[in-house]
Design a protein around this ligand. Structure first.
Ligand code: ISL
Ligand code: CA
Length: 526
């Protein structure tokens, strides 16, 4: 197995809008991240994935980019960006940017030109089609709207938008567009960034009724010779397809984010129709992806800026004690699998879902559109319940720094509500509590940072049929760790083969041979 910096480091994902505001406008900013560099370093993380900070009208919070080579004014300046990069590098933390090139903003200069006339030189940067019989070109749905097509009056043609109307899809069949993107990416590399997380990158090639192009679009085409991470966000990808993408010799990505786990509780009507997840299905997903990444490398995450809070969704928040214990258990279960762990901001505090009082508290375009449609279709109550359970805004309420007003996130009016439980759950309180979720993350990350076995060792599932325990081992050169997690709210007796020397545990008092609800142990085999 080839060694690489991105295999050995734990990542931390930052959603800048919600991290820390330093100029009282209620919006997080780059200076806010700079202020917290020592906090980040103290976690033991070795790389940041920074959600988009490019100039954007914020229809989808920066995932609609107006200018790929400028910083969003609300977040700061290019000088702030350079200072952030320098501050990270000075602490030996890598910076991986978010690259959104499936689409741009409809306010991007390319689109302004493109929509002007059918013979505009930029026309072919986007995907334009005539209507069919006075209607939309085909029945494609958008993720954020019923149709993926929008009629543009100027030329009477429709443009494709897989996401919102303000996110027109770029045409990757156009070689000129590709070269522009490659050149832009390379300018960021020259600036010093260490890689990209490529947004919905497996959607850039369109099929069905769209013309053949020359060769298959490949956004990884600009990495040649750089020791930079190419990480593809890849929804709708099967483990078989994933294995091909990840193959260390022939694949195009160093890592991908697949979504099977994030969809584990989708019901018949999708994400806002949640059903209980099961341990059997969880194990199946983990095993399939650990196997798929055998000749490459996996990504390990419980949540991100598009998902509900991990402990509310996969752990237990019935009591404060169980919230803390199950948040730690989830961390141990995920971080020591084979692959690179990603911590989403606030996860290290065991942050929970936010009790949004009503639709006026929702800021996410996906949620807002879903509610608007639900008003028409009569499914409002169901969708609202779904949003309370799985809405993207749960991840986006502000980071909770301390018990002062607005959790110390801002002294202004926050752009989205702060979770009221900040009074007890916040970084300052956890800093001073040796048994906090925060301090458990530090221990866990330190263990992984210092063990080649936990970084590179082979994965083998244990107790595969067990209905409460999730367990696996990692082995390298004769050293073996066993990670054993009780994913249930019941006491469980420990199978004989899982006994070993305790390296880390999430319970103050461990009982030999018995696991408390949500208990986790990392054991060294003796
Ligand atoms: O959030 C989702 C479902 O609720 C996902 O389907 C998500 O839309 C998909 O994973 C793509 O996400 C990425 O691209 C979107 C952006 O809104 C997301 O924030 C981003 O992570 C469009 O750029
Ligand atoms: Ca600000």
């Amino acid at each position: 197995m080839k060694q690489a910096w991105w295999k050995e480091r734990v990542f931390y994902q930052i959603y800048p809008r919600s991290f820390l505001d330093t100029n009282d406008d209620g919006v997080g900013d780059l200076r806010g991240i700079i202020e917290k560099l020592d906090y980040l370093k103290s976690l033991g993380i070795g790389a940041i994935w920074l959600c988009p900070v490019y100039d954007s009208p914020n229809d989808d919070n920066g995932y609609d980019i107006r200018d790929y080579e400028n910083i969003m004014a609300e977040f700061g300046t290019m000088a702030d960006f350079d200072a952030l990069l320098e501050g990270l590098h000075a602490r030996d933390i890598k910076l991986v940017m978010d690259l959104v090139v499936n689409h741009s903003s409809d306010e991007h200069a390319w689109f302004n030109e493109s929509r002007k006339a059918k013979d505009n030189p930029y026309r072919d940067y986007y995907i334009w089609r005539d209507g069919k019989d006075g209607n939309i070109p085909n029945n494609w749905a958008s993720f954020f709207a019923p149709s993926a097509w929008k009629l543009d009056e100027t030329t009477g043609q429709y443009y494709l938008h897989l996401f919102s109307e303000k996110q027109p899809d770029l045409n990757w069949e156009n070689p000129v567009l590709r070269e522009e993107v490659y050149a832009m990416v390379n300018r960021w590399f020259d600036r010093g960034v260490d890689g990209f997380r490529m947004d919905v990158i497996n959607c850039i090639a369109k099929d069905e009724g769209l013309p053949d192009g020359s060769g298959s679009p490949n956004a990884a085409g600009c990495y040649a010779g750089r020791d930079c991470l190419c990480l593809g966000e890849a929804p709708f990808t099967s483990p078989e397809e994933g294995a091909k993408m990840l193959d260390e010799e022939t694949g195009i990505f160093d890592m991908i984010f697949p979504f099977d786990l994030m969809e584990i509780d989708d019901g018949p009507n999708g994400k806002y129709d949640p059903v209980p997840w099961t341990l059997a299905k969880f194990k199946q997903i983990v095993n399939r992806w650990q196997t798929a990444a055998e000749h490459g490398w996996g990504s390990l995450f419980w949540s991100n800026h598009d998902q509900a809070r991990a402990v509310s969704r996969f752990g237990c928040t019935d009591t404060e004690e169980l919230r803390v214990r199950s948040a730690k258990m989830l961390a141990a279960a995920m971080h020591l699998l084979r692959g690179t762990p990603f911590v989403y901001q606030g996860e290290e505090l065991g942050m929970t879902n936010t009790p949004f009082p009503d639709a006026s508290a929702i800021r996410d375009i996906e949620g807002i559109n879903a509610l608007n449609e639900a008003r028409i279709s009569g499914r409002y109550d169901q969708i609202w319940k779904g949003i309370l359970h799985k809405g993207r805004d749960h991840a986006r309420t502000p980071m909770k720094w301390n018990a002062s007003a607005n959790a110390g996130f801002t002294t202004g009016e926050p752009w989205i509500m702060v979770n009221p439980n900040y009074v007890s759950i916040n970084a300052a309180a956890e800093e001073n509590d040796s048994d906090s979720v925060l301090n458990f993350y530090r221990k866990l990350i330190a263990i992984r940072n210092s063990s080649r076995t936990l970084q590179y060792g082979a994965y083998r599932p244990l107790c595969t049929e067990h209905t409460q325990l999730f367990a696996y081992e990692r082995e390298l050169d004769g050293e073996t760790f066993m990670i054993v997690c009780n994913m249930s709210g019941e006491r469980v007796s420990l199978p004989e083969e899982l006994h070993g020397q305790v390296v880390l545990s999430n319970c103050e008092h461990t009982e030999v041979g018995v696991f408390a609800p949500y208990e986790a142990r990392v054991l060294r085999k003796i």
